[in-house]
Design a protein around this ligand. Sequence first.
Ligand code: ZN
Length: 193
Amino acid sequence: MTSFFTFSRACAAHTSLRWLLLALAVAVFHPARAFERSDGLTVQCEIERNGERRVVSEQWLGHGESGDRHPALGGAAAVVRPDAEGWPVIYFDHVTVKGIRAKDPHMLDFIFYHECAHATDPALSEIDANCEAYLHLDRLGLMNEALERALAHTHRKMMRLPSRYGGSGAAFWDKTMACVSERRAAVLAPAGG
Ligand SMILES: [Zn+2]
């Protein structure tokens, strides 16, 4: 028993050294920061363009102090903008994100996958980015009736939205769910069937 204990400790030390080296390599070669999901996992948004795979880099704006909201984001928690080479970058607003993480961390997961959908396909509409976010969380096992209700509530609270979001939070969510149903139906009954 003692030898097993010693062995596993040595092994654990070795593993953490490996992880440290890996983390250093990632830090040096990829300035991208990883996103901490509500289930505690650290994830990244990975995309592919012209056969090249890259982790989408994240930029955090503001310092997280109240009143320090970054004007470039206009109150949004996150946006995607292309860098000088045309690769997408996800910009997060520290203040807005902090508030959402405290109150509704699952909503923040939803926002992350919404932005990752935009980064994956810049031509995606807001409805389709929301639809992708929903389906992604569902595939990960991070969606259930209660979580869906909470997302619906958060969306419906937004009274007026630009037309690309359907004009209101309620319309945005209804269109998102219509897309989700359509996509699920397409999986169940492929074209021609
Ligand atoms: Zn969007």
